[in-house]
Design a binder for this molecule. Structure first.
Ligand SMILES: NC(=O)c1ccc[n+]([C@@H]2O[C@H](COP(=O)([O-])OP(=O)(O)OC[C@H]3O[C@@H](n4cnc5c(N)ncnc54)[C@H](O)[C@@H]3O)[C@@H](O)[C@H]2O)c1
Length: 259
């Protein structure tokens, strides 16, 4: 898939699916502007440089409107254009509506997982219209499933899923596509980074989760990256407003979560 001379702006590139996506784009000679709230993004940038030197790495939090505005401006100043936006940054947040601090958790979750993607879309659209570019959002099987205790996360991903379809209609006349990938359990540090599991338990958690899927597979971040690159490529030129599950069959089975 050819991304030579295409400029890709990617959030959440410091770890997991975002890291794998940054490296996969770099291997196709894409020009990259990658960022994360975590300093690890700079090490990912060093790996990407083995394939392509044209890269900016930034430590930016997606909840800062000013920083996101600055990042889009910096990307265009440096590379002159934006062809692809990938909204990958995200965190897991649990909570029930009866929780004392539910509103704080919910607000934080919506800001990180949903509002940031909307704002980045709004800020990059003028540039994407010029290049007839496209956007890929990273939702989750949680956008379809309802899991007890997952209210904020499920709702944030459902909102991002619906936003993908709504924005696709707004942008179609300008030949800008917007799609989403919907991963199931993917072996990353999501639940460790979000503070829900200790690093030592991580592999065990994903292994147990894999057993619940029809294919019995742990999904690897590189597999999700492949799907993101496909949707961002010319091969997907007739696809917009869609969300594609990569979940080892979880949604087909109708996953019944444990309480
Ligand atoms: N791993 C899974 O099973 C799974 C399943 C479905 C969806 N997802 C989604 O995939 C995306 C990537 O997650 P992952 O599994 O690679 O986890 P991860 O924790 O490895 O990567 C997420 C990255 O987002 C960054 N991030 C979080 N909050 C941020 C903020 N406020 N500003 C900037 N960066 C921030 C983190 O620092 C981290 O580097 C997320 O949106 C997640 O919800 C993951």
């Amino acid at each position: 898939m050819g991304f030579a001379n295409k400029v890709v702006l990617l959030s959440g590139a410091g770890s997991g699916i975002g890291e794998a996506t940054a490296i996969a784009f770099a291997k196709t000679s894409a020009i990259l502007s990658i960022f994360d709230k975590n300093e690890t993004v700079h090490a990912v940038g060093e790996t990407c440089k083995k394939y392509n030197n044209k890269i900016i790495t930034s430590t930016t939090d997606v909840t800062s409107d000013e920083d996101l505005k600055g990042l889009v401006e910096k990307t265009v100043e440096e590379f002159g254009r934006i062809d692809v936006l990938v909204n990958c940054a995200g965190s897991y947040y649990s909570g029930k509506i009866t929780d004392e601090h539910f509103m704080d958790t919910n607000e934080r979750c919506m800001k990180v997982n949903f509002r940031s993607a909307v704002l980045l879309t709004h800020l990059t659209v003028p540039h994407l219209i010029k290049t007839k570019g496209n956007i890929v959002n990273v939702t989750s099987v949680s956008s379809k499933l309802i899991t007890p205790g997952w209210l904020p996360y499920d709702v944030s991903k459902a909102a991002l899923s619906r936003f993908t379809a709504c924005a696709a209609l707004d942008l179609a006349a300008d030949h800008v596509r917007i799609n989403a990938v919907q991963p199931g359990g993917t072996q990353t540090n999501l639940l460790v980074n979000s503070g829900y599991f200790k690093a030592d338990d991580n592999h065990k958690v994903w292994k147990n989760f894999a057993k619940k899927t029809p294919l019995g597979r742990i999904i690897h971040p590189e597999e999700v990256a492949d799907l993101i690159l496909y949707l961002a490529s010319e091969k997907a030129r007739s696809i917009t407003g869609e969300e594609f599950a990569i979940d080892a069959g979880l949604l087909a089975k109708g996953y019944v979560p444990q309480k």
